[in-house]
Design a protein around this ligand. Structure first.
Ligand code: BTN
Length: 253
């Protein structure tokens, strides 16, 4: 397994903590003193945050990391970095395992391994007047342990761990050694060429593309064929010939 890690990206800081409440919270606290992007990883989190106000179970041995940056542009554009993070995660997982067929991406930003949830991404930002002050991209990866099915929402994709599915032991440090350069590479592509190449690369790894899925937005639920994502990153569902772009939802298979 495990390819040699590429070079650490120039100008990017790295902080490793034994324990923290949330790497997202810590990364956010670094923002006022930043001179460039910074990664924060922690051995454990005591108050890990998940999407939609949920918690994120954070025992030792899994990966908890956040990248804080001060991106140019409007909040909508900054939010597209969840796709960059998903691609960087996919690249990292494939590099460390040599198993390209095993990993897929679930809209909007989960990484699946053999169809189970391996990793999640939580974007948080601060700013004023329609501008982003700083963006935090938080990433959790079940390297050695995953929550049990009864610990997640009914109907959610069952969580899995890298160790459980592949027998491979990867440390959080090794994971970051690959993830940070992978993120920097996709970020450079985004800055140079915009969202189009990111969108194509993401779609090439998408789970359930062309299949019927359910998208829940608040209390509303829609069934339709997952046709594509549009140039804003919205999920495009085809419901009996009627196409709808859904900017934010929880997806169920
Ligand atoms: O709900 C999800 O799928 C997203 C989970 C994101 C968890 C990560 S772990 C590192 C970072 N710090 C946090 O508190 N949350 C994110």
């Amino acid at each position: 397994m495990s390819a040699k890690a590429p070079r650490w990206p120039e100008g990017v800081a790295r902080h490793a903590l034994a324990s923290v409440d949330s790497t997202n919270a810590y990364a956010s606290s670094l923002a006022p003193g930043l001179t460039g992007p910074a990664w924060v990883i922690a051995g454990e989190q005591t108050a890990g945050r998940g999407r939609r106000g949920r918690g994120w179970s954070s025992p030792r041995g899994n990966f908890y990391g956040s990248l804080v940056m001060q991106p140019d542009g409007a909040p909508d554009r900054a939010a597209l970095r969840s796709f960059i993070a998903a691609l960087a995660l996919h690249q990292t997982c494939v590099a460390l395992t040599g198993l390209p067929q095993s990993f897929t991406l679930k809209w909007p930003n989960d990484v699946l391994l053999n169809g189970g949830k391996l990793a999640g991404i939580l974007l948080e930002s601060a700013g004023q007047g329609g501008r982003i002050g700083h963006l935090v991209i938080g990433i959790g990866v079940n390297l050695i342990a995953a929550p049990t099915v009864d610990q997640v929402e009914p109907g959610a994709v069952p969580p899995v761990s890298l160790l459980g599915e592949t027998g491979l032991r990867v440390t959080p440090e090794m994971f970051l050694d690959h993830l940070a350069p992978a993120f920097a590479g996709w970020e450079a592509e985004f800055v140079a060429h915009g969202f189009a190449p990111i969108r194509s690369a993401w779609l090439a790894q998408a789970a359930r593309l062309g299949e019927t899925i359910r998208a829940r937005t608040g209390t509303q639920e829609r069934h339709g064929i997952f046709e594509t994502i549009d140039d804003t990153g919205a999920l495009v569902l085809n419901m009996n010939g009627m196409r709808e772009a859904i900017p934010a939802a929880e997806v169920f298979f």
